[in-house]
Design a protein around this ligand. Structure first.
Ligand SMILES: *Cc1c(COP(=O)(O)O)cnc(C)c1O
Length: 220
């Protein structure tokens, strides 16, 4: 199927409350334009430089989501335009995002990335670390960021029960805090597991290869 067909296929099956992030990392601008021209304008990238370059080249009404690990010294390249940062995993990073947001006279929406997988390759905060951060005074002082929800990645496994259990644990954590903290976004699920994530209560899915086909990492 073509990119456009993949996109329509996925979108038509999504519940109305679920936002699709088309994960465009490693793909050239022409491919992104196929998605754009099919009417989808919400893109996710995992590298700052790549996102800044694509933002420069592509139409300005694209909503850019940063989904990958972020270094404090790189925030300045995206602070002007990023719509949502999914991958906040420290207070230090949040303080720097706040600083850059202030410089650009805006409030940047962020998700705390929570570590739910049973493997040690993924970034993120534990539930306890996230609560400590959210209750800290230093966090309350930050006026130019807003935590609007959580992001989590499940273990890369074929065991669907394990994946669902991990997503469910984050949904429960989200439900415990959503009304107090006025949260509205739970970002869980990628190409291989977004259906399980939606069943568990995700309302934002980050889908790349199911739209664009497999990425060729050699070419980046
Ligand atoms: C690459 C990536 C995705 C999308 O992965 P696919 O398997 O291609 O759908 C989702 N989330 C994050 C954080 C990613 O880095």
């Amino acid at each position: 199927m073509s990119i456009k067909e993949n996109l329509h296929h996925i979108k038509s099956a999504l519940p109305e409350n679920v936002t699709l992030i088309a994960v465009t990392k490693t793909h050239p601008p022409e491919k992104l334009m196929e998605v754009y021209n099919a009417g989808h304008h919400i893109f996710g990238e995992n590298k700052v430089q790549e996102m800044a370059d694509k933002h420069e080249q592509l139409p300005k009404n694209i909503e850019w989501h940063l989904i990958g690990h972020l270094q404090t010294n790189k925030i300045k390249y995206i602070a002007r335009f990023v719509a949502l940062i999914h991958s906040v995993d420290s207070l230090k990073l949040l303080e720097e995002i706040n600083k850059q947001a202030l410089k650009n006279n805006r409030i940047i929406n962020c998700l705390l990335q929570i570590y739910i997988a049973n493997e040690d390759t993924k970034f993120g905060l534990s539930f306890t670390e996230a609560e400590t951060l959210l209750h800290s005074e230093a966090f309350r002082d930050l006026q130019n960021i807003k935590i609007v929800g959580f992001m989590g990645m499940a273990t890369n496994t074929d065991d669907q029960q394990q994946i669902s259990a991990e997503f469910n644990s984050l949904k429960q954590f989200y439900d415990r805090h959503a009304s107090n903290l006025q949260l509205s976004v739970l970002s869980m699920g990628m190409s291989s597991d977004y259906q399980l994530a939606i069943k568990a209560g995700s309302n934002m899915v980050r889908v790349g290869s199911a739209i664009f086909g497999e990425r060729n990492y050699q070419k980046i």
